[in-house]
Every structure is written in structure tokens, then in C-alpha cells.
Design a protein around this ligand. Structure first.
Ligand code: ASP
Length: 422
């Protein structure tokens, strides 16, 4: 059976088992209780093992793939071109997604008439880092410490700088480039092994989440959740596929089928960074996109390109304003538009990061931080959805940028033979 079928079955089983284990779901004859006793002690550790395996890969994979990526581009000027395209593509698609977010939340108005709910504001939210904080935080004062703490963005900045200088050394740089090439190959092979465990990992993670949250969260804030999910769907199912088809000349359906392991891992882990090893493996080995582009574009994407998070931040901010009865002017919505983009760039690729950087958006338009406490209860579910869109946005970016770099469409991604594909 193909891997993506195994994963989809794993997901479905995860949801079913999670529902059976959920306290509010009554299974007769004490069966539910028995299942809880037997399964819960196993499912938790299995999910944790899967996530830890992925996390184990992140730092060495990012360092190796960024250095190799930069070294393969070779010439610093060409790197500037690739970097520029990557930056512009990521920025434009993030803006497109925030626009969709603002559109749906203003049309549906999910917060109008909703009673303000109370909730704890997470401590992390109270320390607003601001614009300069984000910029300064990108530079590691100690690269080894940044690696040890898994501060991904500083690690990327260091690796980029390191790789760029390495290419200027000519022959003297070759031995080190070879070392990183081998390291990169080893990491990719390791990712190839881990990807086989995706069906089990996804199953265990989903069963745990569903067992903990159940379906009761939909009772409150249901309209808000639906608004976020509608916005995410428009971006993921309309905007990005159109870009893929018309700019990248790549079949969206074929591409998405190659990415099932990455997208489902993103959904079940709610972490773009943890998903990165699988994302790179899918894009390179399964979809056949050139590794020259993907090893540069994907680590950056997983860290700063978050279409789903940006959309979510704009919807959440306007929703909070609506609940508190505060009318946001067009200028204020423009501020939401810009700060939601910044907050998404600043969010790390880990669960709930977007919730924390929401403080930037709320502060900018003078909304109470308590609003974050209000939407906390439904955050995990929405995090899973927005992370999937984040990873989808990165991979679409990678495929389109590889085309803009004049790479051929990989045979497995071409449209039906009757159509011209390039
Ligand atoms: N969990 C998201 C990610 O890893 C970030 C967020 O919280 O929005 O992409």
C-alpha cells in the first residue's frame, strides 16, 4: 500500500480512537474506561517519540542543507537572485493570505454579539518583542547556543553567512563543502527512514489531541473557528493552487499527492520546524524538485513564511475587536494587515507560536491582550490547520521558485500529457 494511504488511514483511526477515549464520549459497559487505561499510557509516548525523532533532525539538517544550498548556488550574485525571489514570493503570498483573512472576518463578523469569554493570558504573550526585537533576535550571539536551544532563525542566519563565505574560498573551501554534502546526505537518508513511521506517529498524535479536546470546543467560538478555517481553505485550495498552476505550470493535484506525509505531519504536530525533515524529503525525493532550490528555500520557509499564521492573526485580532465592541477603522485594519505579516514572520515554527506573537498585532491597534486568553481554548485545533497551510505555502513557494530559477518541471508533477507544461 502507498505511504499516503497508510497515513490517511492512520489519521482516520487516530480521530476514531481519540473520540472513543474522550471522557465526554460514553462507550457502554466500561469499554471506554478500559480503552483509556490500556491505550492512553501507550499513545502519549508513541506521539512523543515521533515528534522527538523529527526534532532530533532539525538542527543538523538545517545547517547542512543551508550550507549545501548556498554552496550549490555558487556565485554570491546568483544567491542574491534566488534569495530575492524567495523573499518576494513569500511576502506576496503572505499578504494574499492576510487579505483573505481580513475579507472573511469582515464579511462573517463572527465576534459581533458574542459574549466576551474569560481566559488566562499565557505569560509568554506579555513580553512583546516588537520589530527590532525580532530583527536583533535573528543574529545569534553564540551559534552553538542557538543550535542547542533550537533557535532556528539565528541558526539559519549563521549557516547562510557561513555558506556564502565558504563559496568565496575556491579550492580551499572544497573539503568543508564535501563534509557538509555528506552530512546533508546522511540527514536526508535519516529523514527517509523516519518518514516510514509517519502513519503511526500521526495516528498517535491525533488520538491524543482528540482524546483531550473532544468535540465540545466547537460549542463556543464555533463561528470564529469556521471563519479561520474558511479563510485558510480559500488560501490553500484556491490561491496557492492557482499560483502553482499558472506561474509554476505544475499540477496542484499531483504535487499535493506527493506531499501527503508532510502535510499530515504538519497537521498532527502543529510545528513547521518539526515537519521540516519530512517536508524536504517529500519535495526532493517524492516530488523531484531540485535540491539546489529546496535546501535553501524550505528551511527559510519553515521559519519565516507562515501564510496560515498570518491569516489567523488577522482574523483573531478583528474577532477580538468585534467581541469587545471596538470598531476598527480601515487604517487600523491596514495596521493589522502589516503587523500580522510581521507577527507571522516572527513566530517560530512550533506549536502556539502564533498565539504568542499576536501581542504585536493587538498592541499595535490598542486591543486588550485578554483577548488572547479568550481564544486560547480553541488554539490547538486552529494551530493544526494553520500549520498545514504554512507548510503547503512553503512547498508551493519551493516549486514555483524552482521554476522561476528555470528548473524543469519534474516529470511526476507534469500536467496530463495533452497539456503543454512548460
Ligand atoms: N504552529 C505554527 C507553525 O509551526 C506557528 C503558529 O503557531 O502559528 O507553523
Amino acid at each position: 500500500m502507498k505511504l499516503h494511504w497508510k497515513i490517511l488511514i492512520g489519521m482516520a483511526l487516530g480521530v476514531i480512537v481519540g473520540l472513543l477515549l474522550n471522557e465526554s464520549f460514553v462507550v457502554g459497559g466500561g469499554v471506554g474506561e478500559l480503552m483509556r487505561r490500556l491505550l492512553q499510557p501507550i499513545l502519549g509516548p508513541i506521539g512523543t517519540i515521533f515528534i522527538t525523532l523529527l526534532k532530533m533532525m532539525i538542527v543538523p539538517l538545517i545547517v547542512a542543507s543551508m550550507v549545501v544550498g548556498v554552496a550549490r548556488v555558487g556565485d554570491i550574485r546568483k544567491l542574491g537572485g534566488l534569495g530575492g525571489r524567495t523573499f518576494v514570493f513569500y511576502l506576496v503570498t503572505t499578504w494574499a493570505s492576510v487579505l483573505v483573512g481580513l475579507l472573511v472576518v469582515n464579511l462573517i463578523r463572527p465576534g459581533v454579539g458574542a459574549p466576551p469569554l474569560s481566559g488566562e493570558v499565557p505569560d509568554a504573550v506579555k513580553t512583546d518583542v516588537g520589530f527590532w526585537g525580532i530583527i536583533i533576535g535573528m543574529i545569534p550571539d553564540n551559534p552553538i547556543a542557538a543550535m542547542a536551544n533550537m533557535d532556528i532563525l539565528p541558526v539559519i542566519v549563521f549557516s547562510l553567512f557561513f555558506g556564502a563565505i565558504l563559496t568565496t574560498l575556491g579550492d580551499r573551501g572544497l573539503p568543508l563543502i564535501n563534509v557538509f554534502e555528506s552530512l546533508n546526505e546522511v540527514m536526508m537518508k535519516m529523514a527517509d527512514v523516519i518518514i516510514r513511521f509517519t502513519p503511526i506517529g500521526v495516528f498517535a498524535l491525533l488520538a491524543n489531541v482528540v482524546a483531550e479536546t473532544g468535540t465540545s470546543i466547537f460549542a463556543n467560538l464555533g463561528k470564529y473557528m469556521l471563519t479561520v478555517i474558511l479563510g485558510l481553505s480559500v488560501h490553500a485550495l484556491i490561491t496557492l493552487p492557482l499560483i502553482l498552476k499558472y506561474i509554476g505550470r505544475i499540477s496542484p493535484v499531483r504535487y499535493v499527492s506527493k506531499l501527503t506525509p508532510a502535510l499530515t505531519t504538519a497537521f498532527s504536530t502543529a510545528s513547521s520546524s518539526a515537519t521540516l525533515p519530512i517536508t524536504i524529503d517529500c519535495v526532493e525525493s517524492r516530488a523531484g524538485v531540485s535540491s539546489r532550490v529546496s535546501s535553501f528555500v524550505l528551511p527559510i520557509g519553515a521559519t519565516i513564511n507562515m501564510d496560515g499564521t498570518a491569516l489567523y492573526e488577522s482574523v483573531a485580532a478583528v474577532f477580538i475587536a468585534q467581541v469587545y465592541g471596538i470598531e476598527l477603522s480601515w487604517t487600523q485594519q491596514m495596521v493589522v494587515f502589516l503587523t500580522a505579516t510581521l507577527a507571522a514572520v516572527g513566530a517560530a515554527g512550533i506549536p502556539s507560536a502564533g498565539l504568542v506573537t499576536m501581542a504585536i498585532v493587538l498592541n499595535a491597534v490598542g486591543l486588550p491582550l485578554e483577548g488572547i486568553g479568550m481564544i486560547l481554548a480553541v488554539d490547538r485545533m486552529l494551530d493544526m490547520c494553520r500549520t498545514t497551510v504554512n507548510v503547503w505555502g512553503d512547498t508551493v513557494g519551493c516549486a514555483v521558485i524552482s521554476r522561476l530559477e528555470r528548473e524543469d518541471v519534474p516529470p511526476q508533477l507534469r500536467h496530463a500529457p495533452s497539456q503543454k507544461s512548460s
